[in-house]
Write a protein that binds this ligand. Structure first.
Ligand code: 2AM
Ligand code: CA
Length: 272
């Protein structure tokens, strides 16, 4: 097992980095911004994404100069031609300076800083910060998680009809249709349905039980690592739509309390 003190220190460093980046994002939120397209008109980036990433990387690199960092706005952070990510063994930070950039660009106030940490390819710790609401989730697998400094209780099992279904979708039309089909098979069984436009925030909301189920089918490891660690830290589970345990590097994720996931998987695969 990983040394708890090491993980606690990591979470402290990630929290500091998230607060500092969040301050910058908050300051620039209402200023005029330059928006560029990355891979087409649906994939946007602003100068704030890059500036916030620099703030985070400086803090991590000063404290942990020999740790590997995978960060969204680094040009070498991308999967291979088949969409597979290579995640090195050992300590790896996964940084998304603004998760929910489209919302940020449209001044729709739902986005966050996501800083995850993986050890030997497994999410071990995570910090997610919503700078507009000043809300911080922080935790590590095996140590538990907190919300604004207060310990989070383990996830509670709830019937689907008292649960909120939350999903996001990406840019690819085939994957959009796949998510549409998933929502179609689940939506009438849940109390209601939301889509936030920020995968990390959706996962953080599962961790503190604002929503009970989160799904998305086109995500990168830096969107997911922090949220996955937080959800595991409070007894939640993560699967891929095939029904196997989700692994870092896979782009499709379904997350929630294990009982919620089991019920949803049955509906998605038509066995309930
Ligand atoms: P982003 O804002 O950091 O790009 C919205 O549907 C969610 O999906 C957001 O968390 C968004 O992250 C993520 N997302 C959308 N397109 C993506 C892509 N091509 N690669 C990785 N993540 C993506
Ligand atoms: Ca981003």
């Amino acid at each position: 097992m990983t040394d708890p003190e090491f993980l606690e220190e990591l979470v402290e460093t990630a929290s500091l980095a998230a607060y500092r980046a969040g301050e910058l994002i908050r300051e620039q939120y209402t200023q005029p911004r330059q928006v560029k397209q990355k891979n087409g008109p649906r994939d946007l980036v602003t100068q704030t994404d890059k500036a916030a990433q620099d703030v985070i990387l400086d803090i991590i690199q000063e404290k942990y100069p020999d740790h590997f960092i995978l960060a969204e706005e680094n040009p070498d952070s991308h999967p291979d031609e088949d969409g597979n990510w290579t995640i090195p063994d050992g300590p790896v930070w996964m940084v998304d300076p603004i998760d929910g950039t489209t919302n940020y660009v449209f001044t729709l106030p739902m986005f966050c800083v996501s800083i995850g940490f993986a050890l030997d390819g497994k999410p071990a710790a995570g910090v997610i910060y919503d700078p507009l609401r000043d809300e911080l989730w922080a935790g590590a697998v095996g140590l538990g998680a907190s919300f604004n400094g207060k310990e989070l209780p383990p996830l509670e099992a709830r019937p689907l009809e008292n649960s909120i279904l939350c999903v996001d979708w990406g840019h690819n039309p085939v994957l959009r249709q796949e998510m549409f089909d998933t929502v179609d098979s689940l939506i009438h069984h849940f109390q209601t349905f939301r889509s936030l436009g920020s995968a990390a925030l959706g996962l953080a909301y599962v961790a503190n039980q604002r929503v009970q189920f989160y799904g998305a089918y086109a995500l990168a490891p830096y969107d997911l690592a922090a949220g996955a660690a937080l959800i595991r830290a409070v007894g939640g589970n993560l699967m891929n739509p095939g029904g196997q345990p989700w692994q870092l590097g896979q782009s499709k994720i379904l997350a929630g309390h294990p009982a919620t996931l089991d019920a949803a998987m049955g509906l998605i695969n038509g066995v309930s």
